[in-house]
Write a protein that binds this ligand. Structure first.
Ligand SMILES: [Zn+2]
Length: 463
């Protein structure tokens, strides 16, 4: 009798398991094992954890046992001994400028721009240059865990095509600038290009088109106002450089009897979808202006240190509740696109400049590079954390090297010891762009060879 009951129970149990397995939903990809940093509102950590992805969407985040009970997938990424986190968001760069990497270093911003960068751009920027540079930048971003980036450059439609072919997410701004540049002779031409670009890409699944008026000191009032109006007309982001140097503040004071932020407010430039890069030389009133208009600030510590531009008042921005995020700036002033370095330097620079070792702790730095970046770009409902319903933009980072041993706290390690090349897998919109360090969407050898060939022309241009 007892034996019969045991057999019956075993049968029931087997049936339950079988039906549970039968009910398992088939999804496209499961990332399993490792420590999952969700970066959700309560910064939940699952160790070990798993993420189920179907198509472009995160459909569940849980323990490996929970996920295995609910889902099966034809494709699995094993992330044991790794940290799984939202892809990093770089909120200020000029992707094709990777082709100017190391061309001219150790100069002040205005010398660097006027003697090297602007002349080099005048002679070498073309659709081919922008395509080749963006592919190189995309390769570097995918390899170092950046899944979304905000860009300001020329021929932005070429950047959009190259980025989306590589599988990256981009908020891409067509540059408007007062002097003649490779893709526009006047600001009006730049604005017409920007409008055509917005119309061409506004329904793209990966690309958010934007307008990028260069700065208040490189554009007249009409062009600034028209740029902001174009952003409003299509409800797209507006990207601008702000208060990067003391020279810019001097110009604003002399020409407009105001600060850069104050002048831009006086002409009605600011709006809620604006991202201001740098924001170093700002007054308390300027910070209040940015907060009042819900302007996001992109902090670029490495570029700011290399050009000795200054230290942005990060603690004041955080205290004021300004949306703050991190960028690398173009690789010509950094000289790479590694967002792990940007996190580390954001923390170090805040500590050094404030004299406070508790300033910008590791968790804050990680927040700035993930959910903070998503908020700055208006994409916080889509990306920036690993939550059900969001787009599947995530990375896995190896934590098993000597440099990372032992590991007490994964957040500390991500900010204080990790480098871009510790990233193992990069996934954007549910698509695996890099698997076990092999980039699947770009031909690495071809991208590097094309970049090296173009660099010869760049060298000739500045000689
Ligand atoms: Zn910049």
């Amino acid at each position: 009798m007892r034996a019969c009951a045991a057999v019956a129970l075993a049968l029931v149990a087997a049936t339950v398991i079988a039906s549970a397995q039968g009910a398992r939903r088939v999804v496209s990809l499961i990332v399993v094992g490792g420590t999952v940093l969700t970066q959700n509102d309560v910064r939940q950590v699952l160790s070990p954890g798993a993420v189920a992805i179907d198509g472009s969407t995160i459909v569940d985040v849980g323990t490996p046992v929970e996920i295995a009970a609910r889902f099966s997938a034809p494709q699995t990424i094993e992330a044991r001994d790794q940290v799984v986190l939202p892809g990093l968001v770089n909120t200020h760069t000029h992707a094709p400028m990777v082709l100017f990497r190391g061309l001219a270093d150790d100069l002040a911003l205005m010398d660097w721009l006027q003697k090297y960068i602007f002349p080099a751009e005048a002679k070498s920027v073309s659709p081919e240059f922008v395509r080749t540079g963006t592919r190189l930048a995309a390769l570097e971003m995918i390899e170092s865990g950046t899944t979304a980036f905000a860009d300001m450059y020329y021929f932005e439609e070429e950047i959009a095509k190259a980025a989306s072919e590589a599988g990256l997410r981009g908020v891409l701004g067509q540059t408007i600038i007062q002097f003649p540049v490779a893709d526009a002779k006047t600001p009006a031409e730049g604005l017409a290009r920007a409008e055509a670009f917005i119309q061409a890409f506004r329904n793209d699944p990966l690309i958010v088109p934007a307008v990028a008026p260069h700065a208040m000191y490189t554009l007249d009032r009409d062009a600034l106002v028209a740029s902001a109006a174009l952003g409003r007309k299509y409800d797209v982001p507006v990207l601008i450089h702000l208060a990067e140097t003391q020279d810019e503040v001097k110009t604003a004071r002399e020409q407009h009897q105001s600060t850069p932020a104050g002048y831009l407010e006086s002409i009605g430039f600011w709006g809620p979808r604006t991202v201001a890069a740098h924001g170093i030389w700002v007054t308390d009133e300027d910070i209040a202006i940015l907060k009042r208009h819900d302007v996001a600030v992109s902090h670029n510590p490495e570029s700011n240190m290399k050009l000795a531009s200054g230290a942005a008042p990060v603690l004041k921005y955080l205290a004021a509740g300004v949306t703050l995020s991190l960028g690398t700036d173009g690789a010509a002033s950094n000289n790479d696109l590694d967002m792990f370095e940007a996190m580390r330097q954001a923390s170090f620079l805040a500590k050094l400049s404030s004299g406070d070792p508790t300033a910008v702790p590791a968790q804050t730095a990680l927040d700035l590079a993930t959910i903070g970046g998503a908020r700055a770009l208006g994409l916080q409902k889509e990306i920036g954390s690993l939550e059900v319903g969001k787009r599947a933009d995530l990375i896995t980072v190896s934590m098993s090297s000597a440099r990372q041993t032992p590991m007490y706290d994964p957040v500390s390690h991500l900010v204080y010891v990790t480098r871009g090349d510790d990233v193992r897998n990069t996934i954007v919109n549910g698509k695996v762009l890099m698997r076990d360090r092999r980039v699947l969407t770009l031909n690495e050898g071809e991208v590097l060879a094309q970049a090296r060939a173009l660099a010869l022309k760049v060298r000739d241009a500045v000689q």
